[in-house]
Design a protein around this ligand. Structure first.
Ligand SMILES: Cc1cc2nc3c(=O)[nH]c(=O)nc-3n(C[C@H](O)[C@H](O)[C@H](O)COP(=O)(O)O)c2cc1C
Length: 189
């Protein structure tokens, strides 16, 4: 891949932001499809592919799915869920405790980045009432909601969040606990 593509991917990763305010413009279905396709293309432990997607356009359901009000102002919401059985039937406890999170996380991040390239704003919502979401979407017991992703055209671009400097969290050969300690100390000074 050429330098131009590398630069574009880096820019997409760097400039993606969590978007919490949207214009009233609707996101076309084919764009939502493309974003979900990016999730579908993500890696999956043992290629079990437990991740599934629920597209919500109904205004009343969008309003009810989260107490975070901005979710209801998005054009469309995609709930990313996992079929727990598909991960556990091969991997047992590790499938349930780890791989369903890895698989859905990989899919979600692919989606957020694809959305960014299509000028669609998204926010990864992890704080929701599992029971409420499951009931609202009629999820069977083995389908676990992992994230709510509201999508729409951004009303504004938030500024980047503060990040822990990279050199404080990258370790050489073995874990170097003093690095993060020094950083945390510098914050209280
Ligand atoms: C697992 C996970 C759960 C999150 N849950 C929420 C949430 O419930 N509500 C929300 O507004 N943002 C949520 N976020 C977005 C983070 O707040 C956001 O990614 C972080 O502040 C960094 O900002 P950025 O996404 O613009 O880089 C979540 C992000 C992740 C990865």
């Amino acid at each position: 891949m050429g330098k131009e593509i590398t630069d574009q991917i880096y820019k997409t990763i760097k400039e993606r932001r969590s978007i919490r305010s949207f214009t009233t413009q609707k996101v076309p279905d084919e764009i939502v499809q493309k974003i979900i396709e990016a999730g579908w293309l993500a890696p999956s432990a043992g290629n079990r592919q437990p991740v599934e997607y629920i597209i919500i356009k109904d205004e009343a359901v969008k309003q009810k799915i989260s107490v975070q009000k901005f979710v209801g102002t998005s054009s469309v919401v995609v709930v990313v869920a996992v079929n727990k059985d598909r991960a556990t039937e091969r991997y047992g406890e590790r499938g349930e405790k780890m791989y369903i999170y890895h698989d859905s996380g990989a899919a979600i991040q692919n989606m957020l980045l694809m959305a960014k390239t299509l000028d669609i704003g998204t926010c990864w919502i992890g704080a929701f009432n599992d029971e409420r979401v499951s009931k609202l979407l009629k999820l069977p017991d083995n389908i676990i909601p992992m994230a709510i992703i509201p999508m729409g055209y951004p009303e504004s671009e938030p500024s980047p969040p503060r990040k822990i400097p990279l050199e404080k969290i990258v370790h050489s050969e073995q874990y170097e606990p003093q690095k993060i300690k020094e950083y945390l100390m510098s914050l209280v000074d």
